[in-house]
Each structure stands twice: as structure tokens, then as C-alpha cells.
Design a protein around this ligand. Structure first.
Ligand SMILES: Nc1ncnc2c1ncn2[C@@H]1O[C@H](COP(=O)(O)OP(=O)(O)OP(=O)(O)O)[C@@H](O)[C@H]1O
Ligand SMILES: [Mg+2]
Length: 261
């Protein structure tokens, strides 16, 4: 599998003003194959958001580099889209206007902008709320607008920072299934952050567990679940339970033979 994203020896230091520097990332390296789904997990503050922002080109590494589709990342590009941890919508625009925003920036004509925005709002179940502004939406609805905005530009690489964390259990499950459906239909490369180990094992081909101070890759788990099975079936499978247990042990530093790479 060719690499869609290559993270090479990335370190990030936030200089402290009259306080110690923060070593948010230290020598982080991994590849994400084209069409692969990778989950990033680890304690709060271990650098997951920082890493996603560097892959997106919104922030720069202090040392090391990131490549997307073989090209060194120096800024944002149409090949990558991001769903932020907190939706970060434009408050004066409606849900539809927010989804159209990314398309405007890419020069998509008005008429097709509207059609594409409607399509993706429907996908995330927000057709009826298209005319509401962010302050008239719930947290979960705002998060879904953020997802529609990222998906609407149809990026080959989709980066998502805790995309489902603000959703109720039912919406979360349907969005997870929707994500897998989109992935199966489009072959997008997906990197997402989650604190939920079930979600990581359920959705990802590989789970990268990070540890903090400084943020480093602790271990990488190949989930190896049968992706042809529907997500609901996968959730109840023995393989899922085993891999979930394995990930828990990895994160808590309990060594198991053959699991650490
Ligand atoms: N702009 C910034 N300036 C200074 N320090 C920062 C900045 N952004 C992040 N940090 C620090 O870098 C470290 C990593 O932060 P980051 O937001 O990447 O963590 P995270 O893994 O996403 O955490 P969470 O799970 O809570 O979202 C933290 O110690 C944080 O305080
Ligand atoms: Mg974060």
C-alpha cells in the first residue's frame, strides 16, 4: 500500500514565555497507507491535536516533516480536509453557509455550492436545520456541520479531531456507520482522534497509541478486524473484544508478547 501521509521524526516545541517550553511532540514517525483508516489515541495533552494540525498544514513542526501524497506539506491543500475538535463555525453564517464556505474558497460556482452543501447536510442528518446559525444548534449538530463542511470539499485525506465525542450514543453510532460507508465508497484516507477505545478498534485498521510529556508514539496496534462485516456485527465479535483488550493493555503498559512493535 502506498503511503498517503508520511510523518517523519516530527517534533514540536511551543516556546514558553517566562514558563518552561512545552514539548508537545517528540520524534513522531509513522505512515498512513492510501485508503487506510488510522486512529490516534492517548491521554489529554499528548499532542494529538497538534499532530493533526501539522498534517493539515495549519501549524509547522519544529523539526521533522510531513508529506501528503509524496509532497512535503507546507500549508493547507485541497487534498486534505479537517474536522476540528470544536466545530469552529462562522457564527454569522447558517449551517448551509458554513458548509458552502470551504467550497467558496475553492472557487466552486454558487449554484453547485448550494447543491453540494444540501447533499452533505442531508448526509449528516441536518437538512431541516440548514437555515439555523451555530448559536441555534446543539453541540452535536455543530459538530455534524463541521463534518459536512470537511466532506463537501471531497478531500482524499480526511483528518478528524474527536469527530463523534459531542454526539449522543445513537447519533454517534449512525455517524460511525456513515463514515465507514463513505470510506468504502470513496477509498479516502482517514486519520481520526478518539479517546474511545471501542471506537478506535471498531473503525480503524491501525490504532496509534500516544503518550504524553513529551508526546510520543507509544505503540501501534493492527486491529485486523474483518472490514467486510457490518459495523454492528463487528461490535459483537470475539476479534473485537480481543483487540479492545489488547489496546487497553498496550495503553496501560501491560506487556503482551508479540503486541509491541
Ligand atoms: N498554541 C499552543 N501554545 C502553547 N502550548 C500549546 C499550544 N497548543 C497546544 N499546546 C500544548 O501542547 C500539548 C499538546 O496539546 P494538544 O492539544 O495537541 O493535546 P491533545 O492530545 O489534543 O489533548 P486533548 O486530548 O485534551 O485534546 C499540551 O501540553 C498543550 O498545552
Ligand atoms: Mg486535542
Amino acid at each position: 500500500m502506498s503511503a498517503a501521509v508520511t510523518v517523519s521524526q516530527v517534533s514540536k516545541v511551543f516556546p514558553g514565555r517566562r514558563r518552561p517550553d512545552v514539548h508537545a511532540l517528540d520524534d513522531v514517525s509513522f505512515d498512513v497507507g492510501a485508503g487506510e483508516i488510522v486512529a490516534l489515541t492517548g491521554h489529554s495533552g499528548c499532542g494529538k491535536t497538534t499532530l493533526l494540525r501539522i498534517i493539515m498544514g495549519l501549524d509547522t513542526a519544529t523539526s521533522g516533516q510531513v508529506s501528503a501524497d509524496g509532497k512535503v506539506v507546507t500549508g493547507c491543500g485541497n487534498d486534505r480536509g479537517i474536522v476540528f475538535q470544536h466545530a469552529e463555525l462562522l457564527p454569522w453564517r447558517t449551517a448551509r453557509g458554513n458548509v458552502e464556505f470551504g467550497l467558496e474558497a475553492r472557487g466552486v460556482p454558487r449554484a453547485s455550492r448550494r447543491a453540494v452543501a444540501e447533499e452533505y447536510l442531508a448526509l449528516v442528518g441536518l437538512s431541516d436545520a440548514a437555515d439555523r446559525r451555530p448559536d441555534e444548534l446543539s453541540g452535536g449538530m455543530r459538530q455534524r456541520v463541521g463534518m459536512a463542511r470537511a466532506l463537501a470539499i471531497d478531500p482524499a485525506i480526511l483528518l478528524m479531531d474527536e469527530p463523534f465525542s459531542a454526539l449522543d450514543a445513537q447519533t454517534r453510532e449512525s455517524m460511525q456507520a456513515e463514515l465507514l460507508r463513505i470510506h468504502a465508497a470513496t477509498g479516502k484516507t482517514i486519520v481520526f482522534v478518539t479517546h474511545d477505545l471501542d471506537e478506535a478498534v471498531l473503525l480503524a485498521d491501525r490504532v496509534i497509541a500516544m503518550r504524553p510529556s513529551p508526546g510520543r508514539v507509544q505503540s501501534i496496534l493492527d486491529t485486523g478486524l474483518d472490514v467486510s462485516r457490518p459495523v454492528a456485527e463487528r461490535r459483537g465479535s470475539t476479534e473485537f473484544m480481543e483487540q479492545r483488550h489488547r489496546l487497553y493493555q498496550l495503553i496501560h503498559g501491560i506487556e503482551i508478547e508479540g503486541a509491541l512493535r
